[in-house]
Design a protein around this ligand. Structure first.
Ligand code: JB2
Length: 223
């Protein structure tokens, strides 16, 4: 059996704990170190993995043979930070790994982009194409022939029916349901529990059953 591939994880918070579990259960990778932007976390551990510091540690990790990475920042409701971090880490020369929890079901005809993670109990249906740096969170279900852009976060328990398209950096809240064939625009926000029955334009935010637009700055109480 070959040795597990060493990986650095970016972010040592709540999403990091969930990812760490999934990586350990998946096998094949060893999260050697965590890099976190909060200086106060340096020297701490997350479930046994050392938080070694911030970005200044990356050249050393690369030199010592850690060339693989995974982004562990949930950034609930705003994915632009995750997109920027992904680009920055890639430019440094790291390769992103895919994490698929062993209890997830990913169709053999689905495709997952670089650095995309599929967490416990999630489903990715046949013919679905998922972009890079996407989070398909615990128990989310993405049915057949969907198209999911880059840096999208589909939160726990969301349900996407067949042929739904979700554009780059959109956020689908926990427990939201999206009608078959609907398009969710770039950087759009679907609040938790929403029932989306119409296309959502780029940058828009929707909440409720059926989902209606709301002003992101004022919030809906649901996102
Ligand atoms: O640019 C960064 C950066 N930005 C934030 N680089 C690095 N290396 N680390 C960064 N971080 C760190 O990610 C923060 O300092 C923080 O320690 C961590 C994010 O942790 P937090 O617990 O705040 O959020 P999270 O994204 O891990 O989890 C949220 O999203 C999940 C999807 C929580 O709301 C969870 O409950 C949720 N399941």
């Amino acid at each position: 059996m070959s040795a597990p591939i060493p990986v650095v994880m970016f972010g040592g918070g709540g999403h990091g704990r969930v990812l760490l579990d999934a990586v350990r259960l998946q096998g094949g990778y060893d999260i050697k170190a965590i890099v976190d932007a909060q200086p106060a976390l340096r020297g701490e551990q997350l479930d046994g993995v050392p938080i070694v510091g911030g970005d200044e540690e990356l050249p050393r990790l690369l030199r010592e043979g850690t060339r693989h990475a995974v982004v562990a920042i949930g950034s609930v409701s705003n994915n632009s930070q995750r997109a920027e971090l992904f680009a920055r880490i890639k430019a440094m020369g790291f390769t992103f790994v895919n994490v698929v929890h062993p209890s997830a079901v990913v169709s053999p005809s689905a495709r997952l982009g670089e650095g995309t993670v599929v967490l416990a109990g999630a489903i990715v249906g046949p013919g679905t194409v998922v972009g890079a740096n996407v989070i398909i969170n615990s128990r989310a279900s993405v049915d057949h022939d969907c198209s999911i852009g880059d840096h999208v976060h589909i939160a726990p328990g969301a349900v996407l029916s067949g042929s739904v398209s979700v554009s780059d950096m959109a956020f689908i809240g926990a427990g939201a349901t999206i009608k078959q064939g609907t398009r969710i625009g770039r950087s759009a926000l679907v609040a938790l529990g929403a029932a989306v029955i119409r296309d959502v334009p780029d940058g828009a935010a929707v909440a409720g059953v059926p989902a209606k637009a709301f002003d992101k700055k004022k919030g809906s109480g649901l996102a």
